[in-house]
Design a protein around this ligand. Sequence first.
Ligand SMILES: [Zn+2]
Ligand SMILES: [Zn+2]
Length: 151
Amino acid sequence: MSHEGIRFTDAEEQARMEAKEKPLTRAAMTPAKVRVLISEGKGLEIDWQDGHRSAWDFKWLRNACPCATCIEERSHEGRKPGEAKAKKADLLPMFTPPARPASAHGVGRYAIQLNWQDGHSAGIYSWEYLRRHCACAECALARAETKGAVN
Ligand SMILES: [Zn+2]
Ligand SMILES: [Zn+2]
């Protein structure tokens, strides 16, 4: 394999990565309004400065925890951020209370920390991470098109 060949492969890989991770504008990553609907048990809503609105339910957020432990666990199980754990069919159905944070607070100007009732509070959700995982239909479609696959 020639050096040129290797360089070409690297460039291609780079281009692919860039296509997936398009840079976001500052306004797209800056919340104008953040609502954490804890008592309603609903989820997190953000109005962005670019006029876009995002909403995630707590179940999704719990399964998308961006801490190192949860990322490792998800990659081990082949789950995407927000994807729930597969239920084991051989186990009796057990009541699991819906994920809900006990509290939430801002981390600097860039993130929000959710302290889950199950005691897990290592996850710091940056605005960029949340915007990149906007759950609205429009963004889901845009992401599917970028990856060249519609699920
Ligand atoms: Zn976590
Ligand atoms: Zn969206």
